[in-house]
Write a protein that binds this ligand. Structure first.
Ligand SMILES: C[S@@+](CC[C@H](N)C(=O)[O-])C[C@H]1O[C@@H](n2cnc3c(N)ncnc32)[C@H](O)[C@@H]1O
Length: 329
């Protein structure tokens, strides 16, 4: 299976943030926990021959493509790609990457959340309503750990479907769509992307069926988040990544959904208030793509990048006020 070319979002901004504190003339380790097409991982490797990368992905297509690219580019000595959900990375890093901790930890860790262009372009994966395919949507289709979209659509209670479509998709017609799904599935199971698209289409008022956004967009997005438990995994993982950073090391997260961004923002804020493992949030406001980037890749339009840094001491918020008071005395 050919892996669709993936345009890496906010690539320069991420690389600049992650590498800014790397010491000259020394090996630095980075973790790219959402390898995808390898855009960010390889950019790190190209930036400096002393940069080494430890990556993860849970998608079998991304892993196969990645292994072939690593071999082709002769980078086996500098990058290791682990087949895992990134929530297991803290454990894997401790067990399988001792060389990183001999250097004090990771200089940078990156999460570029969600799915890649490949997922949307491959009919058999069931992520897109543009093609007819099985309602799967699991990033890791080789694992039974996660329910498929088909299982969710055909087994969840109506109220639970309403909740998912409303909370994860902000779908205004959630109630009507969930009711129709439950009615249809009594006669025969809903199995394909086109079966579901057809149901959603007819739940939309006629005047809204041909708008700028396809009526299925929000429900499909909500289902994808539910299938892969994306918000849950993100919430569980962020705090575990911070101790893997060396002093001055940075954690950068790109999100594409307002709920994801809220999780990142709130957990970064909490981490910033903790005195146990001091960190400084570097992005008061998220970094967003330039107009030029959005023109080149419309998928980047919803991207938000937030970054924090592990620090020895936190900058005192009242520093200037204190200095002022001292002057006064
Ligand atoms: C947006 S793409 C990353 C693209 C990549 N940065 C690039 O430039 O090519 C996200 C990738 O992360 C993977 N992914 C998403 N959530 C994951 C998780 N919890 N664990 C492991 N991989 C995950 C997806 O399978 C997908 O390949």
């Amino acid at each position: 299976m050919t892996y669709t070319q993936h345009y890496s979002v906010l690539k320069k901004e991420c690389i600049d943030f992650l590498t800014e504190n790397a010491a000259d003339g020394e090996i630095s380790y980075f973790a790219d926990l959402t390898f995808g097409g390898g855009g960010h991982s390889f950019e790190l490797l190209y930036t400096n021959p002393l940069f080494h990368v430890r990556s993860t992905d849970q998608d079998p297509d991304a892993l196969n493509n990645g292994a072939a690219r690593i071999e082709k580019e002769g980078m086996k000595e500098r990058i290791k790609l682990f087949n895992t959900n990134f929530m297991h990375f803290p454990q894997i890093a401790k067990e399988q990457c001792p060389e990183v901790f001999e250097k004090g930890g990771f200089q940078g860790i990156l999460l570029d959340l969600g799915v890649s262009s490949h997922h949307f372009d491959e009919a058999g994966r069931g992520f897109s309503f543009r093609f007819d395919g099985p309602l799967d949507m699991r990033m890791n289709y080789e694992s039974d750990e996660f329910l498929t979209a088909e299982e969710i659509i055909n087994t969840y209670r109506e109220e639970k479907l309403v909740k998912i479509f409303t909370e994860y998709g902000e779908e205004k017609n959630a109630r009507k769509i969930a009711a129709k799904i439950c009615e249809e599935r009594k006669t025969k199971p809903i199995k394909t992307t086109k079966d579901l698209e057809n149901i959603i289409f007819h739940c939309y008022p006629k005047e809204h069926r041909y708008g700028k956004t396809n009526p299925s967009t929000r429900v499909f997005q909500a289902l994808r988040l539910e299938v892969n438990r994306e918000l849950e995994v993100l919430t569980e993982t962020i705090n575990q990544l911070i101790p893997l950073l060396k002093m001055g090391g940075r954690l950068a997260i790109i999100s594409f959904h307002s709920l994801e961004d809220r999780i990142v923002k709130n957990l970064f804020k909490e981490a910033g208030e903790s005195t146990v493992l001091p960190v400084q949030v570097l992005t008061k406001k998220p970094v967003i793509p330039s107009e030029e980037e959005i023109l080149n890749n419309s998928r980047s339009r919803s991207a938000k990048l937030r970054v924090l840094e592990r620090v020895e001491f936190k900058k005192d918020k009242n520093k200037y006020r204190k200095e002022f008071l001292e002057d006064e005395e």
